[in-house]
Design a protein. Structure first.
Length: 628
């Protein structure tokens, strides 16, 4: 299929254009805001060509296409009429979704994600600088100073970055935020790190009892100051006349928030931050690697829940305090195991589409993005996901035992190698990655995945054995022509306003808009199913076709009102015999569509299942040809 054909099927499976509020995309995913999640045919979407997985999260239905492909698919669905919105608009809408805890964690993510690239770059600078030191390569004095500028600046001004980003997220003026943040680390204040070392530098003593120092390296106090400051600025702007807003609002905001930040919020939340840091380190330093085992085991589960951004806050705190991040190695173990499980599925399966999906998803995981592996492969088959959690737990425990700690955050596995080159832990890091990969692969390959084709073969073999022993061997399939079970006007199945049928997920066939309320047998057959509501019938013809006749769309909701079955399960019928009756007026009165679908549900057993009728059809007219 080309991209346009895939886009059409995506729209149909989303419940049609009328079920879509807006669509946007990020680097890997098509993000769709839908009106009714229940109308999404998720199975059809997940099995479409080029789709690497799909899931519903944060108020969005997210379809993973992968880098590059997603841009092309976005252009196609927009060209076919889906309404667009910016990622910020979608984020604002999605922010309303979920409970208070999920919304709070998403907010943490919105604040800290823009800062991560700076921390990543700083961590890489630390790695390169550490490599020079490890190789005993002397750095000239001026160059050594320059390298220190590269490695220290981000952490010195970290509160400024945090306050800036928080103002941006909470609707304040980011310029005011960054100036306020830089005030907190002004060179006129005693340096927090120098005061902590207990030398000649001491805290300033305001009013005789308030110790004040700079907030270098502080994260939580800066975040709280940013939240309060942004809300305070917006409150001031509401009461200040527009003509003096430019002068008064920034002045009042900086004055009040600098006082609150340095004398109240900073000291109080610096204590809270220290307790959080102590608790985090206590978990990470649990004996026998238990802390790493616990975090490595639950990390990817937390990713599925969408609240994994809490780790950003903790990692930045650790880096600001010690310039070392034990979380990075533990998270790397969990992600490596997830990618390895996906590789195992790709190696073991004989399904070409699944192979094509699994290996790129695994590569994405090894580059630091596990969502395609999780949602496209591992969660789909369940066992690979949960076995990879076990492997990730063991790998995380090993990371803790080895004392691994990266010099940055935000990058893992292959790119993350750079965070361990300069600190002398590269060999241990590679060992941990190898163990996590081996466990994730081995557990999944041996116990976590049984190829669908192999299962199908076993089922088929078991069926044949039963038929041989019981003598109940059905006749081989034959070519046959089905006649219309409904008198009326033919409708193409793809045009039916129900994605379960229009997508072909149930099989190929035809639809008819009735002009009479009678259902006839389309061939000589045995009645295999009669729905209690009388709105649908299943038949197996004497030549082997399995046929579903479904009167109307969503008519099951009528609970049989207006329907009457004339046959029972197990009855033998001839072509043209009456199976049941229905009242189109009652269907219309219920606000439903009486279009009737005629589906060959064992379409996969035939070389072709093709409609042969157009326009109006009368009793006895041929509508479908099936050929072996």
């Amino acid at each position: 299929m080309n991209n346009q054909e895939i886009a059409k099927k995506v729209i149909d499976a989303l419940g049609g254009r009328e079920n879509v509020n807006s669509v946007a995309h990020c680097a890997t995913r098509l993000r769709v805001m839908v009106k009714d999640e229940g109308k999404i045919n998720k199975e059809v979407i997940e099995n479409l060509e080029k789709v690497q997985g799909a899931f519903f999260n944060s108020g969005q239905y997210q379809i993973i296409f992968g880098t590059g492909t997603v841009n092309k698919m976005y252009d196609e669905v927009v060209a076919l009429g889906l309404p667009t919105s910016s990622k910020d608009d979608m984020k604002a809408e999605a922010a309303k979704q979920g409970n208070w805890f999920q919304r709070a964690i998403r907010t943490f993510g919105d604040v800290f994600v823009p800062i991560i690239p700076v921390i990543v770059a700083t961590g890489l600078f630390m790695g390169v600088r550490g490599l020079f030191i490890a190789l005993e390569m002397p750095l000239p004095g001026d160059f050594a100073t320059y390298t220190q500028i590269l490695t220290d600046t981000a952490f010195i001004i970290l509160p400024g970055l945090v306050v800036w980003s928080t103002f941006r997220v909470f609707g304040g003026n980011p310029a005011v935020g960054i100036v306020l943040g830089m005030m907190l680390v002004s060179g006129s204040l005693p340096n927090a790190w120098a005061v902590a070392q207990g030398g000649e530098v001491t805290a300033m003593n305001f009013f005789g009892f308030i110790p004040v120092v700079g907030l270098q390296g502080s994260v939580l106090p800066a975040f709280i100051i940013g939240v309060v400051g942004a809300k305070f600025e917006k409150a001031v702007r509401k009461v200040v006349p527009d003509v003096i807003d430019l002068l008064v609002t920034p002045f009042v905001t900086l004055l009040v928030m600098s006082i609150l930040g340095l004398f109240v919020i900073g000291p109080v939340f610096h204590v809270v931050e220290n307790y959080i840091l102590i608790a985090t380190k206590a978990i990470l330093s649990m004996p026998f690697g238990l802390g790493g085992f616990l975090i490595g085991g639950v990390h990817q589960l937390i990713v599925v829940s969408g609240v994994h951004h809490i780790f950003n806050l903790l990692e930045v705190q650790l880096l600001a305090a010690d310039h070392a991040n034990p979380f990075n190695a533990i998270i790397t173990a969990a992600m490596t195991a997830q990618g390895a499980a996906t590789v195992a599925v790709g190696v073991k399966t004989k399904n070409p589409k699944l192979k094509t999906l699994a290996f790129p998803a695994a590569l994405s995981a090894f580059l630091g993005i596990t969502e395609p592996a999780i949602f496209g492969v591992n969660l789909r088959f369940r066992k690979p996901f949960f076995l990879s959690l076990i492997a990730g737990a063991i790998g995380g425990g090993l990371a803790s035992i080895l004392g691994l700690a990266g010099t940055g955050n935000g990058i893992t596995i292959i790119p993350g190698t750079m965070l361990y080159i300069g600190n002398g832990q590269l060999a241990q890091y590679l060992l941990m990655v190898a163990v996590s990969f081996a466990l994730g692969f081995a557990l999944t390959y041996m116990f976590g995945y049984e190829d669908e084709k192999e299962v199908a073969t076993e089922v088929e073999t078991e069926r044949l054995v039963q038929e041989e022993t019981t003598g109940n061997i059905p006749a081989a399939l034959q070519n046959e022509t089905l006649v219309t079970p409904i008198v009326g006007d033919v409708v193409a199945l793809a045009d039916v306003n129900d994605p379960v049928f229009s997508s072909g997920a149930m099989g190929q066939g035809i639809a008819v808009k009735p002009s009479q309320g009678v259902v006839y047998a389309p061939a000589d057959a045995e009645v295999s199913i009669v729905f209690p509501t009388g709105h649908a019938f299943g038949l197996k013809t004497t030549d082997g076709a399995e046929v579903l006749i479904h009167v109307g769309i969503d008519t099951v909701s009528m609970n049989g009102d207006g329907f009457e079955a004339k046959v029972a399960q197990g009855d033998k019928v001839k072509a043209g015999d009456v199976l049941g009756t229905f009242d189109s007026n009652k269907i219309a009165a219920a606000g439903l569509d009486d279009t009737t679908m005629v589906i060959v549900t064992n379409t996969a057993d035939y070389a072709s299942v093709a409609p042969v009728a157009t326009g109006s059809v009368a009793k006895g007219d041929a509508v479908i040809e099936v050929k072996i």
